[in-house]
Ligand binder design. Structure first.
Ligand code: AMP
Length: 419
């Protein structure tokens, strides 16, 4: 079904085409007509499903209708508010909304605010209101307290990645923000998962919503090839360098356990002739933005990061993700590998496994309902075969929370010691 059949204006269909969106994704097919009709929407969908355009396109169309009257009624007001958990996602969503809005006959004002940067330019940007405001909750509240933003006439609210918003401890901020909004408004609620607190928030917020579920497996699983390579911890950087060169990997996102490791691994790779840099929470917002932009432009072959980059960040055409250090949990594993194989692209997710982390990886596999064959790369064979050892993960990789060696693990460890 083409975008036009969903009820979008030709200008917005054209704008979608300009971004390379020829046919709508499943969530777009379901969400766009419902949002255009003014319904509340509850979307169970992950980043990668096309959910941003699923709300941005109809949101922009709805704003166009009645825009002049709205502006006259509340010249300093915000007409649509999109709440997101992180600065990166705010910038990303802001970019999509801006690109789409450019195509509209009446120009729309799109503002983006988040913490960690100076508040003054954001206050200036919000003078005279905004048609769309994309914001993280903390900074939005700061601005509201300083009277720099007016939400009493907001017609449309989007909560993007609601589970992450709550995960990051924004529950209280959300309550305060919701109290500033008028009771009559359209609510669009997106979340990848629905634990009890997220469900309760959705129940509280939404009125008779249209429910849309996009199975994560439908979009991500078939596109990502997962591999596990056995290697001694001390040789991981060399193996990574070897793989980048030998496999001709052009853009690789490498996950490590700590910011320090991110710096260290990036530096070692760089010295070994690979264009590698680190990306983590200690970098300034400007530096993070720059690294992402340069990575997207293929100026970096490898970006080494912590779990900061595991969620929400969308780097189109990212072919390879490497778990240099294993993630702490199966959920983090899913988020990490989900950075690749997005929007129909194929992706490769490689995990480095050692004797010390084998048991930890097996647990991740079990939670994922999969069992990957262990591979070895010639010249990088581990000194102790990982599959026979079952020691708990070392502190650096952080064991799965609550994981203790099972009876079987202990027996195996004892057998390994005795042999
Ligand atoms: P999202 O789930 O919004 O983070 O989008 C994931 C990726 O899918 C982004 O790279 C979008 O540019 C891309 N995308 C969104 N909608 C479409 C579409 N209809 N056709 C192709 N790609 C899309």
């Amino acid at each position: 079904m083409p975008f036009l059949a969903l009820g979008l204006s030709p200008a917005l269909v054209h704008a979608a085409g300009e971004l390379g969106f020829a046919t709508p994704t499943p969530i777009q097919t379901e969400a766009i007509p419902a949002i255009l009709q003014g319904a509340d929407v509850l979307g169970a969908a992950q980043t990668g499903s096309g959910k941003t355009a699923a709300f941005a396109l109809p949101l922009l169309q709805r704003l166009q209708d009645g825009l002049a009257a709205d502006r006259q009624q509340a010249p300093r007001g915000v007409r649509a508010l999109v709440l997101v958990p992180t600065r990166e996602l705010a910038a990303q969503v802001g970019d999509v909304v801006r690109s789409l809005a450019q195509a509209l006959p009446q120009p729309l004002k799109v503002a983006v605010v988040f913490g960690g940067v100076s508040v003054n330019p954001q206050m200036l940007a919000l003078r005279g209101g905004a048609d769309v405001l994309v914001a993280t909750p903390g900074r939005l509240l700061d601005l509201a307290r300083q009277n720099a933003v007016q939400l009493s006439t907001t017609r449309l609210l989007v909560l993007d990645e609601a589970d992450r918003l709550l995960d990051m401890g924004f529950a209280e901020e959300l309550t305060h923000v919701l109290a500033l909004l008028p009771p009559r408004r359209q609510n669009l609620f997106f979340s990848a998962t629905f634990p009890a607190d997220v469900q309760a928030l959705a129940d509280n917020l939404l009125h008779d919503p249209v429910r849309i579920t996009v199975e994560a497996t439908e979009t991500s699983e078939p596109d990502i090839v997962q591999r596990a390579i056995e290697v001694d911890p001390a040789r991981r950087t060399q193996l990574l360098r070897h793989l980048v060169k030998e496999q001709g990997w052009k853009r690789v996102l490498v996950f490590v356990a700590t910011k320090y490791a991110a710096e260290l691994v990036a530096e070692k790779l760089y010295k070994a002739g690979i264009y590698a840099t680190a990306f983590h929470g200690d970098l300034s917002q400007g530096a993070r933005k720059q690294v992402l932009a340069e990575f997207k432009n293929e100026q970096w072959e490898v970006v080494v990061t912590t779990d900061l980059a595991a969620r929400g960040i969308d780097i189109a055409k990212l072919p390879v993700v490497v778990n240099y250090d294993l993630p702490r949990s199966a959920v983090d594993y899913v988020h990490r590998i989900g950075r690749t194989g997005r929007a129909g692209e194929t992706g490769l997710a490689v995990s480095f496994v050692s004797a010390a982390t084998e048991a930890h990886f097996r647990l991740i596999e079990k939670r994922q309902g999969m069992a990957l064959p262990r591979e070895q790369v010639a010249g990088f064979e581990p000194s102790a075969p990982a599959a026979t050892a079952a020691a708990p993960a070392p502190a650096g990789t952080g064991g799965i929370k609550g994981k203790r060696p099972s009876k079987k693990d202990k027996l195996r460890a004892a057998a390994a010691k005795g042999s």
